[in-house]
Design a binder for this molecule. Structure first.
Ligand code: ADP
Length: 415
């Protein structure tokens, strides 16, 4: 069989062209080739089917391309002439189809042949028909009161990307449901708890004389347990309120926020003789009422977890993050992000605990030596997530800790 094929293939150049033509026509991807004068020199069957345009060889590409995309076409041919032949150029082009219909295509272009001066002679394109996706997504956006999608920058999503987007939406919804549930449950638990405390107090008061020592101990235990439960519920409510907090983002000067936090902590700062150095912080779009607890929690932890044998020093630095960092953190490249670092020289913790400390009620150090509830960092993490940013910590026991916060300058989604 193999011999037969090669025998036929090598029979004449015409046979080879025939085979190549058959392969290109069997492709489910539209393919076109045009020359330096914008003339169509090849198109496969799939392109002919999709373009629904009476195209023929030697037609000018300008007859097929919608007039509004002519400049776009020229710009991209120019781009192609300047890139390496192994690289491609991706761009969007509208084609005229039958009966004034417009077809939306995403093209991937390459230079197929160059002359001796390295000027392109032939361009090769594969095309993806995105007419359905573009019109549907545009309609959805317009129906939701948004402005029309910019065709030139439209990127069609693959089915797996769409599935992922739907899964994220589902997850968001179930997270919201859970948060609502946590809020309602903790809110509703307050009332029976109040009753337990009220009646155990009444019991102790009214039956003081009848109760023996053992009975009094039991009532004290009921009150102590109710007190701990109240603390737990209050903390849960505080976290839920942070998440449910709905207010518009506004321009927030983080220098002002930090000054307020320092004023709030001035007694502790004085008491421990804490030295604080700080860079100029940025002005960002944020919820000022949430920026305060964020910086307050981080700064008060840096003071609380300071070493007894060193003068506490806290450095607060700020910088706009680089493209490389955005790539590493998988952040959109077209948005400005700031990194704010809060470094202390305190007791620190093992790096393996760095993720856990952002979980609600997780504490590393003993409550007797370092009082606290274990919700401060959980709230910080919720606040940063609400601002489309991220937070993490690096630490070394005995040497100190650094908390990193990444926040965007502008919020895309206005609340
Ligand atoms: P809390 O401070 O009320 O205990 P947080 O949620 O703020 O709760 O912090 C959780 C735990 O993370 C703390 O109990 C402590 O063990 C650890 N931690 C937080 N900040 C620091 C810090 N700057 N240095 C050392 N440990 C810290």
């Amino acid at each position: 069989m193999k011999n037969n094929f090669f025998e036929i293939y090598n029979e004449s150049p015409g046979k080879q062209v025939f085979f190549h033509e058959q392969i290109l026509n069997a492709l489910s991807i539209p393919v076109i080739v045009c020359d330096k004068n914008d003339r169509l020199v090849y198109f496969n069957k799939k392109f002919n089917d999709l373009a629904q345009h009476k195209i023929s060889l030697h037609s000018s590409m300008k007859e097929i391309i919608n007039r509004s995309d002519w400049d776009n076409w020229n710009e991209n041919l120019f781009k192609l002439s300047n890139i390496n032949d192994n690289d491609s150029c991706f761009f969007n082009i509208r084609f005229n189809a039958v009966e004034d219909e417009i077809k939306y295509f995403q093209l991937e272009g390459k230079v197929l042949q160059r002359d001796e001066l390295q000027k392109p002679l032939l361009y090769f394109f594969t095309a993806k028909d995105v007419t359905k996706q573009f019109t549907l997504e545009n309609k959805d956006v317009l129906n939701c009161g948004g402005s029309a999608i910019d065709w030139k920058n439209f990127v069609s999503k693959t089915t797996s990307e769409k599935k992922l987007e739907l899964a994220v939406k589902d997850l968001d919804r179930s997270n919201k449901d859970l948060e609502e549930f946590a809020y309602l449950a903790s809110h509703d638990l307050q009332e029976p708890l109040r009753k337990i405390t009220t009646f155990s107090t009444r019991l102790a008061y009214k039956f003081e004389k009848q109760l023996d020592e053992e009975g009094k101990v039991y009532i004290d235990k009921i009150n102590a347990a109710a007190g701990s439960m109240k603390e737990l519920i209050d903390n849960l409510l505080q976290v839920s309120r942070t998440v449910q907090h709905v207010q518009p983002f506004s321009k927030t000067d983080l220098n002002t926020v930090l000054n307020l936090v320092k004023q709030n902590l001035d007694l502790k700062i004085e008491e421990r003789d804490v030295e604080i150095t700080q860079d100029q912080l940025p002005v960002i779009e944020a919820l000022p009422s949430l920026m305060l607890p964020l910086f307050n929690n981080l700064l008060s932890n840096a003071i609380k977890f300071s070493s007894n044998d060193k003068k506490p020093v806290i450095n607060i630095t700020s910088r706009e993050i680089s493209v490389e960092d955005k790539n590493n953190l998988e952040l959109p490249l077209n948005r400005v992000y700031y990194e704010i670092k809060i470094t202390d020289n305190g007791i620190g913790f093992k790096q393996e605990d760095a993720k856990n400390i952002f979980k609600i009620f997780y504490r590393i150090h003993s409550k007797t030596d370092y009082p606290g509830t274990g919700i401060g960092l959980a709230i910080c993490s919720k606040i940063v997530a609400k601002h489309n940013g991220c937070i993490w910590a690096e630490s070394n026991p005995g040497k100190g800790s650094t908390f990193f916060i990444i926040l965007p300058k502008i919020q895309d989604i206005k609340l």
